[in-house]
Write a protein that binds this ligand. Structure first.
Ligand code: ADP
Ligand code: MG
Length: 728
């Protein structure tokens, strides 16, 4: 069967190679197509009455509450626009705590009673929806008899039209809350955290003499993913149900050639990427870059940054579009953090900064950062935030999938630290000594070829091993997993930085009491920065995050090293975190506990599903094949014996196979029995899964992979790593 799947894949690839490109249709004119399916600012301006447009803009840019007459007018325009694009339904699209998105489609059309049907859509329907909340996790915040939950239109994120073969749906981004107003989703806390950050950042800007009135958290998430032939995908129960391979011997060493990274992209893959991008452009997602990643068959897509909540919606749409479009090209998109053991996993780099309403990036150092006190203030606040909230930020990226990545010497370590690079480190060292006087320059890069221009060089190289790196004019949170919704990591960053800005602003205000003038101000800021940098510089680390010495050094610096999800999750309910989230009204203690419970349960569920799948695959795929091969070898050995030839090696081979099969069978049984287990609490259960089940899965896999390497290709029922990663 393995061979059959390979044949199907090859046939598909051949068809693609000879006919594929001709089937893809005309090339997309990006300039014309961009945003045509989004109810963007431009569309709003064109289609809304002037007063309505102004009032909506006021809501979007200044957070002013929306009145119902505006909502009614927007609803009518939105409906007309959607119907013109062929939409028959609308949906309130939301992001429950499960990690994926949810939607319930309602028709615009209502029967009129005389056999006709009329399209209707009111402001009330736009503003509020009521899905059955009981089917979504609430982390114990409500029981099923108080199932009411509401979706509330988020006017700051533009609606769009989802084209799906023979139908079109108007998608309305919403936040999802319970009847009591508690956040049941990932969007609500993000929006609340953006408000909190804005308030504190504006307060700081005022101290620096700025007239800005609003600050927006900006986010540009880079997405890594794998594309493999879908014939292989469908032949692997583990890929279908767990998103990652649970068995699979590693391909021969050295096949993972470095030339994959930024190498040329295979034609079929490129065509698929282009189609994904075309769909995303139409709905207004500003995709910018695409390239190969480090592992074979691994790729990356990144947009231009946007306000954090719009970026979050667009990021979810990007993942969904990748999955939806890939099959059209005979491909399957794998977004899991670790689809293939022993091969680089996938992450999501969350680039993050803050922008004021005059368009200034608050983390832009300018040419002479040493005398850019405002930049140094904001940058110090971020450093302080990462140090103070290490545990929270580690928790924000903790889940079963990411446990395979963090600390596995291919992704950042589980220890949070900040990479600043040579230039900024030098400046902060000066700050700590009392004031920065100069900026180190990188100079010009001379390539030694006279026709090539001399390029300005950055004052420091990049560092791929850091979980949180300053990259020119933004921070890059690199520990985020590829499957994750970026809302929660962004929320945590926003809250952590809001707290820092608040604390630093309060202190500065105190220092300035009764003092006036630029000199006094500069002196106070320098003193505050000096003190803050001194207190938090332990979090700054520019070295190799993969080195063992860093683990030791981090321990002497007192940094947290929370190795697994189970270690990291409790950070979300630590008193300091609860106090801060409550102070900035982002999440209450109950809402935080709910998230703790949902995450804990997700962890145990994931491991349970994977382990059960392993038992299933062991019993129904690998063991039968192994037994068949064992029989063949036994027959061959006894045939030789009957012919009067004693095959010493044949006997040894048989002994080896029998030994492996016995071990494999026994380990399968042990795992299966161990899964039948109850725990007195969710915490205990998660710990049991980590300490007992995960190691058993590892042991079973090891023997399974040895069996794979032993039995003939035609007998092995699963596509191999070599096929999945290199046949494309
Ligand atoms: P790098 O080469 O450092 O990865 P890129 O320019 O390729 O930088 O940007 C990577 C991602 O960072 C992109 O999604 C980009 O839009 C985003 N980004 C750039 N500036 C900002 C910013 N001010 N805030 C948030 N994200 C940003
Ligand atoms: Mg990057």
């Amino acid at each position: 069967m393995g061979a059959g799947v390979l044949k199907d894949a090859v046939a598909g690839i051949n068809t693609w190679a000879t006919q594929g490109l001709r089937q893809t249709g005309p090339m997309l004119k990006v300039g014309e197509a961009y945003g045509t399916l989004a109810f963007s600012d431009k569309t709003q301006q064109a289609r809304l009455p002037k007063a309505v447009y102004r009032s909506l803009r006021d809501t979007i840019t200044h957070g002013k509450a929306l009145d119902i007459s505006t909502a009614d007018a927007v609803a009518t325009a939105l409906k007309d626009w959607a119907l013109e694009h062929g939409a028959s339904h609308f949906t309130h699209w939301f992001q429950p705590m499960t990690g994926v998105t949810a939607e319930k489609h309602d028709s615009f059309y209502n029967p009129t009673g005389d056999g006709r049907t009329l399209a209707e859509f009111s402001g009330k329907e736009l503003v509020r929806g009521e899905p059955d909340a009981s089917s979504f996790p609430s982390g114990g915040m409500r029981s099923t008899f108080e199932a009411r939950g509401y979706t509330a239109w988020d006017p700051t994120s533009p609606p769009w039209i989802l084209m799906n073969g023979n139908n079109a749906t108007l998608v309305i981004p919403t936040a999802f809350v319970s009847w009591t107003g508690e956040a049941l989703d990932k969007k609500t806390p993000l929006l609340r955290s953006m408000e909190a950050l804005s308030t504190q950042a504006v307060r700081v800007l005022r101290l620096f003499g700025s007239t800005a009135s609003r600050v927006t958290a900006t986010c540009g998430p880079e997405q890594e993913y794998f594309l493999i032939d879908h014939n292989f995908y469908f032949a692997r129960p583990d890929l279908i149900n767990a998103g990652r391979t649970l068995f699979g011997a590693r391909p021969p060493k050295g096949q993972e050639l470095e030339d994959q990274y930024f190498g040329s992209i295979p034609e079929r893959v490129l065509a698929c990427m282009a189609e994904v991008e075309a769909e995303l452009y139409r709905v207004g997602v500003p995709i910018k870059t695409r390239h190969n990643e480090v592992a074979p068959s691994q790729y990356e897509v990144a947009p231009i940054f946007e306000s954090a909540n719009v970026a979050t919606d667009h990021q979810m749409m990007t993942m969904e579009t990748l999955k939806r479009v890939a099959p059209r090209f005979g491909l399957a998109c794998l977004i899991h953090e670790k689809p293939f053991a022993g091969v680089n996993g996938s992450g999501k780099h969350v680039n993050w900064s803050m922008s004021d309403d005059h368009g200034n990036n608050l983390l832009n150092p300018g040419d002479t950062p040493h005398d850019n006190m405002q930049f140094l203030f904001f940058c110090t606040a971020v450093i302080r935030a990462v140090d103070t909230f290490q545990g929270l930020l580690r928790m924000a990226v903790a889940h079963a999938g990411n446990d395979h990545r963090l600390g596995a010497n291919e992704a950042p370590p589980a220890i949070l630290s900040v990479f600043l690079g040579d230039m900024l480190t030098d400046i902060f060292e000066q700050v700590e000594k009392g004031g920065a006087k100069r900026t180190k320059s990188g100079g010009l890069l001379d390539m030694g070829v006279s026709v090539l221009p001399k390029l300005p060089r950055d004052a420091g190289d990049r560092n791929r091993t850091s979980p949180f790196a300053f990259t020119g004019n933004k921070f890059e949170f690199r520990a985020v997993g590829s499957t994750q919704n970026v809302a929660f990591p962004s929320t945590c960053l926003n809250v952590a930085v809001a707290e820092s800005l608040d604390a630093m602003a309060s202190e500065l205000e105190k220092m300035l009491a009764g003092r006036k003038g630029a000199a006094a101000f500069n002196e106070a800021v320098a003193a505050l920065l000096k003190k803050t940098v001194k207190a938090h510089k332990r979090i700054i680390f520019n070295g190799n995050g993969y080195a063992d010495s860093w683990q030791k050094e981090a321990a002497t610096r007192g940094l947290l090293n929370l190795k697994t999800t189970v270690d990291a999750l409790p950070e979300i309910v630590k008193p300091g975190v609860v106090r801060t989230f409550e102070k900035f009204k982002v999440l209450s203690e109950r809402e935080l506990h709910a998230r703790y419970e949902v995450n804990l349960e997700n962890y145990s569920k994931t491991i349970n599903v994977e382990a059960q799948l392993m038992v299933l695959m062991a019993n129904r795929y690998i063991l039968p094949a192994a037994l068949e091969y064992q029989k063949r070898v036994a027959e061959s050995v006894s045939a030789a014996k009957q012919a009067g030839v004693a095959s010493k090696e044949g006997g040894k081979h048989l002994t080896r196979i029998v030994g492996l099969v016995d071990r494999f069978r026994a380990l399968t049984e042990t795992l299966s029995t161990a899964l039948d287990h109850g725990s007195p609490s969710a915490e205990k259960h998660a710990r049991y899964m980590r300490d007992k089940i995960v190691p058993m899965m590892g042991a079973l896999r090891e023997v399974g992979d040895q069996i794979e390497l032993l039995i003939p290709h035609e007998l092995y029922p699963l596509p191999t790593y070599r096929e999945m990663l290199f046949v494309k």
